[in-house]
Design a protein around this ligand. Structure first.
Ligand code: GTP
Length: 170
């Protein structure tokens, strides 16, 4: 039989790392060079069908600006999966991602599946965060690691498929 799973998913990460762009790429196949900064949070849904199950994602795309930080627990509470996003051209955004990981480890749902995503791989010539460095950090912290580009769509569907697959195994 085919299972139906509804799962709350939250995206966290510094402003401008591409959280909204990644969700828009996945849910609508769209990308905007001038994507507006999110205020508070935005909500999206998307259904993904795998052989073993159909997953309905309730996606909370949070605002990365520091002034919205205190709202974040409302969005990660009860989440089945969290995607922490940084921008591979910004070491600051990688440092911010590590802070999100610590917060989720301390205050998130203990069964939370955590993904670390380095976005904007299309900007390889401006890369500041090494692939190996991030992979090593992810390994040490039990995170699933991927590099993506919302702009070119590289690895974006793969990310959500990977989340869905892991949710069906819970
Ligand atoms: P906040 O809402 O402020 O937290 O930002 P965000 O993380 O949602 O980032 P957003 O999706 O708004 O993207 C910020 C900027 O980066 C926009 O100008 C996007 O066009 C651009 N951008 C997002 N993803 C990519 C990518 O993969 N490659 C490139 N080159 N630009 C990207």
């Amino acid at each position: 039989g085919n299972k139906n799973i509804q799962a709350k998913l939250v995206l966290l990460g510094d402003m401008g790392t591409g959280k909204t762009s990644m969700v828009l790429r996945f849910t609508k196949g769209q990308f905007f060079d001038f994507q507006e900064s999110t205020i508070g949070a935005a909500f999206f849904t998307q259904v993904l069908s795998l052989n073993e199950a159909t997953i309905k994602f309730d996606i909370w795309d949070t605002a990365g600006q520091e002034r919205y930080h205190s709202l974040a627990p409302m969005y990660y509470r009860g989440a089945a999966a969290a995607v922490v996003v940084y921008d591979i051209t910004s070491m600051d955004s990688f440092e911010r991602a590590k802070k999100w990981v610590i917060e989720l480890q301390r205050q998130g749902n203990p069964n939370l599946i955590m993904f670390l995503v380095g976005n904007k791989v299309d900007l390889e010539e401006k890369r500041k965060v090494g692939n190996e460095e991030a992979e090593q950090y992810a390994k040490e912290n039990g995170l699933v690691f991927l590099e993506t580009s919302a702009k070119t769509a590289q690895n974006v569907n793969e990310l959500f498929y990977e989340i869905a697959k892991r949710l069906t195994k819970k």
